[in-house]
Design a protein around this ligand. Structure first.
Ligand code: FMN
Length: 275
């Protein structure tokens, strides 16, 4: 069947998943001679809908890894999406530690929602919490690997007719629903992230960019220093603020960030492609 459209479909609070998904999609559209379409569901408003896909579509669907799984507050939305028999390329990003079970979880979810995954990839990117961990990634080498994923997916799509061959399963410890990664505080106690929120310094110029870009719509529209909704620590406000006015001072959070930088800062985690 002729593929008509390749969709870049993603949630991306600090922009790394967006870069990978758009690179895979653009190359795939080029190889398949298809139209390139974009559906960014990072904003709450975008999660009110989803494109109508069918068998002549490919969805390159990407999310970041949060605590070794898909961001849990995105699950209600993801449960509502439907593939209509479209091919899919599941993509996750992670911040130089590990993607654990996020890719397996995404692949399974897409299969359960009428997508046919043909190839998948996990890409190491700059960590949302840090400017050091995975600094500057995705870089040119990562984007070249993203193009390789597109080439693999195009081969699979062109070598099948109505549907695709099943992709080998990839799960951590044989369990596609493994527990979430659990950070610890400096005393080795389990650390509960949920109560942590970024603070706002006097440097704030009130431009409102943080309010407009918060994926949870959690920042008070009349006061950027007030977080009235659920903060998922995606760091959109922290990384996008033009005057670096957002910061964290929670001890447990800062310890976790320091520990991640200490344990995983001195290496370059590899990307992984499955097909
Ligand atoms: C709440 C939270 C939890 C995260 N958990 C992990 C993790 O378990 N492993 C990892 O390597 N990176 C983790 N990361 C880092 C992100 O997966 C990574 O930075 C990703 O590239 C961010 O994507 P984005 O730029 O599209 O928002 C986490 C980030 C956040 C905000």
């Amino acid at each position: 069947m002729k593929i008509e459209r390749v969709w870049a479909i993603y949630f991306s609070a600090t922009g790394t998943t967006e870069k990978i998904v758009k690179t895979v999609s653009a190359r795939l559209a080029e190889l398949l001679g298809a139209e390139l379409c974009v559906y960014d569901f990072t904003s709450p408003a975008a999660r009110e809908g989803f494109p109508g896909l069918g068998p002549a579509d490919v969805g390159v669907v990407g999310l970041p890894t949060y605590a070794g799984r898909l961001p849990n507050l995105m699950l209600p939305y993801l449960q509502s999406i439907r593939g209509g028999g479209a091919f899919a390329v599941p993509v996750v990003t992670f911040g130089n530690r590990a993607y654990d079970n996020s890719l397996a979880e995404l692949k399974k979810l897409l299969e359960e929602h009428d997508f046919h995954p043909v190839a998948a990839g996990a890409f190491s990117c700059e960590h949302s919490f840090s400017y050091e961990l995975g600094k500057g990634r995705p870089d040119a080498d990562d984007l070249a690997e993203a193009e390789k994923l597109a080439e693999t997916a195009a081969d699979k799509i062109q070598s099948t007719s109505e549907s695709c061959h099943p992709m080998p399963d990839f799960v951590v410890d044989g369990n596609p629903e493994a527990p979430y990664f659990q950070p610890q505080d400096r005393y080795g106690n389990k650390f509960d992230f949920r109560r942590v929120k970024p603070l706002t310094s006097d440097a704030c110029i009130g431009c409102g960019l943080c309010i407009r870009s918060c994926p949870m719509g959690a920042i008070d529209p009349s006061d950027p220093s007030s977080i009235t909704g659920k903060c998922i620590k995606c760091c959109s406000c922290f990384k996008k603020c033009p005057v670096s006015a957002k910061y964290f001072e929670d001890e447990g959070y800062l310890h976790h960030k320091d520990e991640l930088e200490f344990l995983y800062g001195g290496r370059r985690a590899e990307n992984k492609i499955f097909y």
